[in-house]
Each structure stands twice: as C-alpha cells, then as structure tokens.
Design a binder for this molecule. Structure first.
Ligand code: HEC
Ligand code: HEC
Length: 222
C-alpha cells in the first residue's frame, strides 16, 4: 500500500516537474514569439521590395545632402535588417525617407522584405589578427575580423560602402542614430580612426553587394 502511494507520489511528482518544465517552455515560447519577428517569405519580399530597389538596387546610388552611398543590403544579416527597419519605424533612427518606408510596412512585410533583400548571408574565412588595423581590433569581437557579424544582431560591415560606414559612425556620435552598444564605441573613435576602420571593412571581400534590380521595361540594358 505504502509502496503504491510512494509510486503514485513519485509519478505525480514527475508529472509536476514535467508540467513545470512545460510551463517554463510555454512562457519562454511566448516571450520569444513576442520579441521575435515573423518568419519572412522571400517571394512576398521581392514584391514589397520593388520600390526599395529604386534606391537600394542601383549601384553607387547616393543620398544627397549629406552625400553618402545608400547602404548595400544583399548578404546582410536578415535579423539585422529587420531590426534596422523597426528602428526607422520607431524613430530610434532618424531618417525621414526610411521612417516613412518602414511605417508603411507591417511586421510581416518587414520580415518578408528583409528576407528577400538580405538573401544568402556572406561567409568568409577569418582574417589574421595581424592584418587587422589597430583601430579596428575592438570591432572584431562583434563584427568579425572578416567584417561578418558574429551573431545575427551584429551587422556585416564587409563590402559596405565606405562613405556609409563613415556617415553612420558620425550619426552615432551626434545621436542622430542611437544604439546602446555603438554610441559609446563611436564616441571613442577619432575622425582619423573612423577613416581607418571604414576603409578596412569596406574593402573586405567577400562582402555585401547591391541587390540586383529585376528587369523592367524602363531599366537600362547595360
Ligand atoms: C529614396 C531612397 C530609398 C528608398 C526608396 C528606400 N531606402 Fe532604405 N535606405 C536609404 C538610405 C539613404 C538609407 C541610409 C539611411 C541612414 O542614414 O540611416 C537606407 C537604409 C536602409 C536600411 C538600413 C541598412 C543598414 O545597413 O543600416 C534598410 C534595412 C533599408 N534601408 C531597407 C529599405 C527597404 C526595405 C525599403 C523599401 C520598403 C527601402 N529601404 C527604401 C534609401 C532608401
Ligand atoms: C559589442 C559589440 C560591438 C562592437 C565591439 C562594435 N559594434 Fe558596431 N554594431 C554593433 C551593433 C549591435 C550594431 C547595430 C546597432 C544599430 O542597429 O544601430 C552595430 C552597428 C554598427 C554599424 C552600422 C552598420 C550599418 O549597416 O548601418 C557600424 C558602421 C559599426 N557598427 C561599426 C563598428 C566599428 C567601426 C567598431 C569598432 C570601432 C564596432 N562597430 C564595434 C555591435 C558592436
């Protein structure tokens, strides 16, 4: 009798543990789904991104006043692109055109566009520490010696336009763009160091490139 009791006690104990574990998992899944964006659909993204390529799909296209190249997106971390679009949407990044672009998109459309625009992430071998300029050494723990973000929330810098990297580092310094991580790092850099790191990362290959524009009746054949 007592053995049976013990047995059922253990069993219910185990059930309790399982129930607690399931509860923790469910809580985790809920909090994760609250934070994680929906899974992107590249086919939908291609349709949504059509207007985006008016700027992001033209090689060497520049933003006027201030003058810098529109960022390259192909090969970029999809998670980072989603974060960036959400930051333009909520004003953490102050750029009027992108704010309006991002505002016009739903969470799902942001995921779709990011999945299409990012495409396959860039991969490359690490670069020997001796080949990394001193000013860029501190960056490699997140952005990689090869300029490729070591985790999905860290943007890939390899192959990004030099003028865009310089512009963004100044934006973090002036507070025009805000990031709890990058603000302090950017403030620690002198203008000369900004030029060195921007030159280093932008020249790394393989790296990011411009998303090819789909052929249209109006696009140039060259
Ligand atoms: C009128 C030109 C223009 C259009 C159209 C445009 N963008 Fe942008 N985009 C820019 C510029 C310029 C920047 C850099 C802004 C800055 O300095 O923060 C940018 C930045 C971005 C970034 C941040 C990249 C990074 O590395 O930080 C993402 C992501 C992006 N755009 C996605 C999109 C998507 C998606 C669309 C379409 C829904 C779109 N853009 C439409 C000009 C444009
Ligand atoms: C602790 C991790 C970490 C370190 C170290 C770090 N970064 Fe970053 N970096 C980030 C994160 C996170 C972001 C994205 C912030 C945002 O969304 O604005 C970022 C964004 C950037 C961007 C904007 C990229 C884009 O596409 O718009 C540049 C440029 C950049 N970092 C350069 C550097 C340089 C140069 C260094 C070294 C001097 C450095 N970072 C060190 C984490 C780091």
């Amino acid at each position: 009798m007592s053995e049976l009791w013990l047995c059922s006690h253990v069993r219910s104990g185990r059930r309790l543990v399982l129930a607690v574990a399931a509860g923790v998992l469910a809580a985790f899944a809920t909090s994760a789904s609250a934070q994680q964006p929906p899974t992107g659909n590249a086919r939908q993204g291609k349709i949504i991104a059509y207007t985006c390529l008016g700027c992001h799909g033209i090689k060497g296209y520049r933003n006027a006043y201030p003058d810098y190249a529109v960022p390259r997106l192909r090969g970029q971390s999809v998670t980072y692109l989603e974060n960036a679009l959400n930051e333009y949407r909520n004003g953490q990044r102050a750029y009027p055109t992108m704010h309006l672009q991002a505002l016009s998109l739903s969470e799902q459309q942001i995921a779709d566009a990011a999945t299409y625009l990012g495409g396959k992430p860039v991969t490359a071998k690490p670069v020997a520490a001796s080949a990394v300029p001193a000013a860029a050494a501190v960056c490699t723990s997140c952005h990689g010696s090869n300029g490729i973000g070591v985790a999905p929330m860290y943007p890939t810098l390899a192959g990004q336009h030099e003028s865009y990297l310089i512009r963004v580092l100044h934006e973090y310094q002036t507070g025009y763009r805000q990031s709890p991580i990058m603000d302090a790092i950017a403030h620690s850099l002198t203008n000369a160091q900004i030029r060195v790191v921007a030159a280093y990362f932008s020249h790394l290959k393989p790296g990011l490139h411009t998303v090819p524009r789909p052929y249209t009746r109006w696009s140039s054949t060259h």
